[in-house]
Design a protein around this ligand. Sequence first.
Ligand SMILES: Cc1cc2nc3c(=O)[nH]c(=O)nc-3n(C[C@H](O)[C@H](O)[C@H](O)COP(=O)(O)O)c2cc1C
Length: 178
Amino acid sequence: MSILFINGSPRRQGNTATLGDRLLTGIPHTTLSLADYQLNFVQDQRETKQPQRNLTDDYEQLMTTYFAPASDIVLGTPVYWYGMTGQLKVFMDRWFDSFSHDFPFADKRIYLLIVGADQPEIKATGITQAVLNSCDWLKMNFCGTGIVTADGPQDVANLVTLPANCQTLRRKIKTNTK
Ligand SMILES: Cc1cc2nc3c(=O)[nH]c(=O)nc-3n(C[C@H](O)[C@H](O)[C@H](O)COP(=O)(O)O)c2cc1C
């Protein structure tokens, strides 16, 4: 069992990063920040003779080094315009490259962390829908969402306790990786 936390925020030490740290306190895991890597937009090569693959950026290395060995993956994103950040969206778009080359997505467990300033539990439900449906399509198991309302970079650090939905997610991760 190995746990990977992927931070989709451009703030490397912001709320999403802190939420991931707090969710996984005492649970061995690896963290990576998508902002530290070059990720190019996906190209749709389906109607061309070009391979559905781009070896000119860091995507393949991320998938081979971090994603492939992980059994449990926590995706974290701030809410940007009521959706996920571009960083996470570009990363997920590129899953189509991996899918096209038989990457072993199946049976990985995916957890989602969302941080937003404007009622994210009501207004950012589209993020959960997108991740859940993507997991279904790739035969991964979507295990739930933890949502926190926060804006300033220290807001999550200043929370006395995490919301109940995050605590539930933490219990699930512990049970699944026991
Ligand atoms: C470009 C941009 C767009 C944002 N759009 C939203 C939004 O649509 N809804 C929302 O609730 N918060 C929005 N926010 C606020 C962030 O979600 C919030 O500040 C969050 O805590 C940032 O997390 P981070 O510190 O991990 O980057 C936006 C912030 C930025 C910079």
